[in-house]
Structures are given as C-alpha cells and as structure tokens.
Design a protein around this ligand. Structure first.
Ligand SMILES: Nc1nc2c(ncn2[C@@H]2O[C@H](COP(=O)(O)OP(=O)(O)OP(=O)(O)O)[C@@H](O)[C@H]2O)c(=O)[nH]1
Ligand SMILES: [Mg+2]
Ligand SMILES: [Zn+2]
Length: 302
C-alpha cells in the first residue's frame, strides 16, 4: 500500500491534471478506481495523491462549493471547485451588461461562494453605473489603480475565482496580484485569450483562479438560488402568494423595484423552471446513487 499526500488541482488538460503538492507542481492522472466511479477532478479540488512516479489522483475531498453550468448536451459541467469568493468581473467599457451580471449572480449563489461584483476599467468611465444587485460592488482599474477594493474581500487561505466575459481584464488582475506577467493579456477586442482555467497561489496567501471568458452560462440552479440572487424582489411581501409581479392587479412589488432587475429575474426564473422540468426524474435518482457510491468510496482508506 502506498502513502497518500494532499495536493490541489491547479489546471487540467484532458485527463491530465497539474497538481500543487508541498514539493512543487506535478502532473497526475487519475486511478482506475476513480475513473470507474466516473467522478473526475475539477480545478480547485483537493485530492489525495499516490507517492508513485508518476503520481496518481486516488481520491477527491468533498467540495465546499461547486461552480457549474448546464452543458449543451445535458448534464452539468463543473467549472471550479472549492471557491469561497466569486468575483463577477464586468468591463466598464462597451462590455457592460447588467443582464449577464444577474445570470452570473444566480450561478454564484448556487455554487455556495460569496459573489462580489467587480467593475473593472474604472479609468475609462469615471461615473459609475448604479447597480441594485444584492452583493458587494467594487470599482477598480487593473491597469492603473489600487486593487484594495478587491483584495479586501478575501481572507488568507481562501480561494477566489474570476468570472466574466472575454476582455474584461481578468488576467490583468491576476498578473497585478502575482506581481509578474504570468498570464497572456488580450489586445484584440472580442478574441478569447485565456483558454484554460489556471489556479494560482498568490504571494498574499490566498488562491486565485483565472477563468477563460465564457461565451455562455446556461443556468444550472435551483429556484432558491434564483430567489436569493434577487432578494430585493423576492423578499418583499406581495398581495398574492406566488405572484409573478407581472400583470396581477394590485401587485405590490412591480412598481417598487428596478424594472431591469425585475425583467432579468423573470427571465432567469423561467429558464430555471424550464430546465428543472426537462430534467428527467430517473436521471436525478441515478445521480444521487452515484454520489452515494462516491462518498462511500471516499470513506474507505487507501
Ligand atoms: N483601460 C483599461 N484597460 C484594461 C484594464 N484591465 C484590463 N484592460 C485591458 O483589457 C484587455 C483585456 O485584458 P485581459 O486581462 O486579457 O482580459 P481577460 O478578461 O483575461 O480576457 P480573456 O482571457 O479573453 O477571458 C487588455 O488590452 C488589457 O490591457 C483596465 O483597468 N483599464
Ligand atoms: Mg484572460
Ligand atoms: Zn406581485
């Protein structure tokens, strides 16, 4: 029986994982047993590594949070595991899109991470947009300004991830915090520069995940996560139970909330309900069984 050592998955290419161990970065594949259980590691996972050469990932520790999206072919894709803070980065230039931000907010609530809205490129637009989101908002300039508004949201030992469209400045933020030009920066608007997820341990003692710009974030969320992301709407008492705040006569909410947020809420609520209906109950049961098997296997030593 070989010994196991704890490591963290920092990047992934097909079925090869870069893992950070106390002795530096190594490349690892997964053991046959893990592959049999059909639960593959994701960037951010803490894993048990065999001390063989090359090392193998033998087990995945239970996740404290999990940022996912719905895959086009059905099922879900894990984008990042064990994220404490989800930085939702917008560019204050042409990119700024409040509806997209609302979508990311829902997915962040679903993941279990604390969402923080980061308005980057404040040097380009001195007057900031008024946002009525239910999360902390900070404006920065990754090129020229202080990043304190961002860094003060994370405690040492925690993990943060940068989500947002291509070109908003995610990798520029990473390089600033690393104090080194480790990530390539985009110069051509609309071109995706970062193509793979990469997790860094920063000199300040916390972890930061650079994500590629996502073209699409298909919602993979519960009704509760949608409600939570729109607390200023959903926490209000209305005249009707289950009011959609649409054309119901005498609705007490419709006229007192930001109309853009309300329309965003309705759209995401509909998308969420549709995805839930489409989900096959038998598939949901199978998924539950699969997790039971995984948790049982994780409890066995070695
Ligand atoms: N004016 C201004 N430009 C910035 C700022 N931050 C980043 N940029 C520019 O925005 C462009 C894109 O920056 P990246 O850091 O590559 O963007 P990204 O979000 O990592 O993009 P992808 O990797 O494609 O997802 C580059 O030309 C940066 O110089 C900022 O605060 N102000
Ligand atoms: Mg990038
Ligand atoms: Zn109502």
């Amino acid at each position: 029986m070989s010994c196991l050592e704890r490591a963290r998955v920092v990047s992934q290419a097909h079925e090869l994982y870069s893992v950070l161990t106390p002795r530096g970065e190594r490349l690892a594949a997964v053991t046959g047993r893990l592959r049999f259980l059909d639960d593959l590691p994701a960037v951010g996972d803490w894993v048990s590594l065999t001390t063989t050469d090359p090392p193998l990932i033998a087990a995945i520790e239970p996740r404290t949070s999990c940022f996912t999206r719905r895959s086009p072919g059905g099922g879900r894709q894990v984008l990042a595991a064990n994220i404490d803070v989800a930085f939702l980065v917008c560019g204050l230039d042409a990119d700024f899109n409040p509806n997209r931000l609302d979508r990311y907010l829902v997915q962040a609530r679903q993941s279990g991470a604390r969402p923080v809205v980061v308005l980057n490129k404040a040097d380009l637009r001195p007057e900031l947009p008024r946002l009525s989101v239910d999360a902390p908002v900070t404006a920065i300039s990754a090129l020229t300004g202080s990043l304190a508004g961002l860094t003060e949201q994370v405690q040492p030992g925690e993990t943060a991830a940068l989500f947002g469209s291509s070109g908003v400045g995610k990798s520029t933020i990473v390089n600033r915090l690393l104090g080194a030009q480790r990530q390539a920066i985009g110069a051509v608007p609309g071109k995706h520069v970062t193509t793979a997820r990469q997790l860094f341990l920063l000199p300040a003692g916390w972890w930061l995940l650079d994500m590629p710009g996502l073209r699409e974030l298909a919602l993979d969320a519960s009704a509760g996560a949608v409600s939570e992301a729109f607390a200023e709407i959903t926490a209000q008492a209305c005249r009707y139970r289950d009011c959609r705040h649409e054309d119901e006569p005498g609705c007490a909410v419709r006229d007192h909330v930001d109309p853009a947020r309300l329309s965003s809420y309705r759209k995401l609520r509909r998308e969420q309900a549709y995805a839930e209906r489409k989900e096959d109950p038998a598939a949901a049961r199978a998924e539950k069984e699969r997790w039971k098997k995984i948790h049982k296997a994780m409890r066995k030593p070695g």
